[in-house]
Every structure is written in structure tokens, then in C-alpha cells.
Design a protein. Structure first.
Ligand code: AFD
Ligand code: MN
Ligand code: MN
Length: 424
């Protein structure tokens, strides 16, 4: 569905005065505000194709209607998000859920919405109906070389699909592991996984990256073969310069210090990208910033510090992707909220007075260091984020506009109340 620009203009006009008033708070700090707005305009966050339908739990799924029935409709949904916020200019596909039958046409369609293709994701955590061997006991780690080969071939096929669309990265998330003590020889599982990843790595085009995503538990509950950042780092280091660790915020054990993990990976040049979401317990896949916004800010604080130290480009040096989806919200509303939360955390982290922070640290002035961070975190940067959107044709309040235009009702009218998204 294409959003007509008139509705955005009308929406913005009616809110313009209120917005300018809020923005005037920044009048004394124009320089800082300007720099932040420019960075926000450049910063794009990829939307996962699997988050456009209502997510379920293993107990049930409550579809909301009007879900995208095919890849074209998924692209249309991301196009709609991007038209509203001008910050969701990419889509991350999951194969085989999103196999593009006509890549040229798909690329063209995405181009019409101003969308690029971010990392492509392989899937060896499910058996497909046309698949000859099962992944019940793992894929790249499997004891049977034929199963490993099938999983390797699948990953290489995913790379080929991505190449046809202009993607530049492959994300490998494995459910491989074991659920009971004694089930798995850890050493062999690691080595087999490394060897299999090595074969996939060898098939990467020269300008591609491979993201190795780790997860502490689930679906295996005793061990995961890529279970933490340490093992992901080890795989990525052994694989070579095109391999990196991908941090999914929900994939840690409770209370893990993710910002410190991020700082270390960045320092080693091995941080590849992110899957943003939030959680209270495990891989809850809740809206980014909905539970622990301060943690999200602290992560961005390390990102900016570490990226600036290495001369990296905030917008393009790392993969920025959302991986959130759940049961009780309209997925498009949820994604608008996630993108906004990420932008807010990024903008707040840009405000941190880094010189003063370093001085406080060097002087062991703990209270002052905390003040500096919290001062930035407690600044209301919503007008800056809204201004960034306004300047590039987005809506001042994307969620409010989405609601006032009854977008979900329109989608239901177009696709039906029982339309179910392909994928999980
Ligand atoms: C998993 C991971 C991973 C994977 C996805 C599948 O977060 O990114 O691709 O779910 O839906 O938990
Ligand atoms: Mn993920
Ligand atoms: Mn996950």
C-alpha cells in the first residue's frame, strides 16, 4: 500500500506549531541539535520480514488480520513503515520463508518504496516439507556429514538469493545444541560447526560479511553450540575477516552486561551487527526499549564511543536490524515503536559529553560519570527525532498517523481478516 504524501503533509501541518515549540528548547544548543538531526536522518534500521505478521508463543497465536501473504506484501508493509518514519529503509529476509521467485521484480518493487535488502537469514532450525534429511539433532554440528552438507548447501543457496537482491551479508543463527547432559560431544560439535561454517564462508562473495548470531538457550535447553558471544567470537575469529559476531539483545542469560560485550567486540573489530528487541526474561522479542530503555542507551553509548574510536560510520559500518515480534500488538505499530525507541537511544547517546566523561573516569569521579550519562539519558530528544523525520518527508508522529488513517483496517480490507504471514 502506497501512502499518499498529502496525508503526511496534512498530519504534519496540523502538528507543526506544537512541534516547533518543543524544538525551541534546543535553540541554545543548535550545533548539537543539528549534528544529531543529521545523524538521525542517515541512520536506517532494517525490518525483519518475519516480524510483519503477529508472532506467536508455543501456546498459541492470535492473528490480527491483514497480514502480508507473500514477499510482495511484506515489502509493501516495510514500505509503509518507511514512508511514515523514513528510517526503516531496509528489509531483512528469511529463506525459505521469503524466496524471491523473480528477484529482478522484487528488487524493483523494493526500489519503488526506497528499500534496500539487508542481511539474508538462513533457516536450519526447521525441517521443510521438501527436505530429505532432518535437523532434529542439529544442522551444521550434526553427527551425519550428509546432514551437515545439506545445511551448508542451504546456506550457500541463501547467499545466492541475497546476491540477486543486492544483500551484503548472511546471518547464521543455529538452534544446534543439546537438551540433555551426555547427548553431545561439545568438542566435536564445535569443530563440526566450525568446519561447516568454513565451507559457507568460502562461498561468500568478496564484499559480503557473515554474521554469527549466538543464543544462550532455546530451543535446546542444556547446551547451545553457538551459545554466547565468546563462542561466536571464536568462530568469527577462526573463520576470517569477513566473519563477525551478531548481538541479539534477547539472547543472553539474565542481567548480562550487554554494553560491555559490545565494547569488547567493537574493540576487537568483530562486532558485525544487531538484532534489537527487549526482554524481561529470555528471548521475549518485545518491542525495543519497552522494558530496559536505559540499557539500550548504555549500549548505544558504547557503540558511539567504540565506533568513533575506530573511525567507523554510524549508519553503515554495522548491521542494524530489529528482531522482535509477539502476540498482542499490531506488528506494524510495534515496529514503529521499536524504530523510534532505537532512534531515541541513539540520539541520547550522541548527546553524552565524552570529554567530560573521560575526565571524570580518569579522576575516578564515579558520581560525576554517572551524572553525565544520566543527564543525556534524561534529555527529551523526541523533538529531534521528529524533526529528522520531518526534514526527509516522514510524519511527525508516525504511529498517530498510522492510526488516524486506519491503516490496519485498510490492510484487512485488501488482504482479508484471516490473512496469515508466511514464516514462523
Ligand atoms: C531466533 C533468532 C534469529 C532467527 C529467528 C528466527 O533470534 O535471529 O533468525 O529467531 O525467527 O530466535
Ligand atoms: Mn535474532
Ligand atoms: Mn531470538
Amino acid at each position: 500500500m502506497q501512502l499518499d504524501t498529502n496525508s503526511i503533509d496534512n498530519h504534519n501541518q496540523s502538528r507543526l506549531n506544537a512541534h516547533k515549540n518543543k524544538l525551541s528548547y534546543w535553540a541554545d544548543e543548535v550545533e548539537k541539535a543539528e549534528a544529531t538531526i543529521q545523524k538521525l536522518i542517515d541512520f536506517q534500521i532494517a525490518i525483519p520480514s518475519w516480524a510483519l505478521g503477529t508472532g506467536g508463543t508455543r501456546f498459541g497465536r492470535f492473528a490480527g488480520g491483514g497480514e502480508p501473504r507473500n514477499l510482495e506484501e511484506k515489502i509493501a508493509d516495510v514500505g509503509l513503515l518507511h514512508a511514515l518514519n523514513r528510517s526503516s529503509g531496509a528489509i531483512s529476509l528469511h529463506i525459505p520463508w521469503d524466496i524471491p521467485t523473480d528477484p529482478k521484480a522484487i528488487q524493483e518493487l523494493a526500489g519503488q518504496y526506497g528499500l534496500a535488502f539487508d542481511a539474508v537469514n538462513s533457516n536450519t532450525f526447521q525441517d521443510q516439507s521438501d527436505q530429505s534429511l532432518s535437523y532434529k539433532f542439529g544442522s551444521l554440528q550434526h553427527t551425519d556429514a550428509a546432514v551437515r552438507q545439506q545445511a551448508i548447501d542451504h546456506n550457500i543457496e541463501v547467499i545466492r538469493h541475497g546476491e540477486a537482491l543486492g544483500s551484503k551479508a548472511l546471518t547464521v543463527w543455529l538452534s544446534d545444541g543439546s537438551s540433555f547432559p551426555g547427548q553431545l560431544n561439545f568438542r566435536k560439535a564445535f569443530q563440526r560447526t566450525l568446519d561447516s561454517l568454513g565451507e559457507i564462508y568460502a562461498a561468500l562473495p568478496s564484499d559480503w560479511k557473515m554474521f554469527v548470531e549466538y543464543k544462550a538457550f532455546e530451543p535446546n535447553f542444556y547446551s547451545m553450540t553457538v551459545g554466547d558471544w565468546g563462542s561466536s567470537f571464536l568462530y568469527a575469529s577462526k573463520l576470517g575477516p569477513k566473519a563477525y559476531t551478531l548481538v541479539d539483545l534477547g539472547h543472553h542469560l539474565p542481567n548480562a552486561n550487554i554494553e560491555q560485550i559490545v565494547a569488547i567486540l567493537l574493540n576487537e573489530g568483530k562486532l558485525g551487527g544487531f538484532h534489537f528487541n527487549d526482554s524481561k526474561y529470555g528471548d521475549d522479542d518485545l518491542t525495543a526499549g519497552s522494558i530496559k530503555p536505559y540499557q539500550l542507551f548504555l549500549i548505544f553509548n558504547e557503540l558511539i564511543e567504540g565506533m568513533d574510536a575506530r573511525g567507523m560510520n554510524h549508519a553503515s559500518s554495522l548491521g542494524w536490524m530489529i528482531d522482535a515480534s509477539h502476540n498482542v500488538k499490531d506488528p506494524l505499530e510495534d515496529l514503529l515503536q521499536s524504530v523510534e525507541a532505537i532512534q531515541l537511544a541513539y540520539a541520547q547517546a550522541l548527546l553524552v559529553d565524552r570529554v567530560a566523561l573521560e575526565e571524570a573516569r580518569e579522576a575516578n569521579d564515579v558520581a560525576q560519570a554517572q551524572e553525565i550519562l544520566q543527564d543525556a539519558f534524561r534529555t527529551d530528544v523526541r523533538p529531534l527525532v521528529a524533526e529528522a523525520r520531518l526534514r526527509v518527508g516522514g510524519a511527525l508522529q508516525p504511529l498517530a498517523l498510522y492510526r488516524s488513517l486506519n491503516m490496519r483496517q485498510q490492510l484487512i480490507g485488501e488482504r482479508g481478516a484471516k490473512a496469515v504471514a508466511t514464516g514462523l
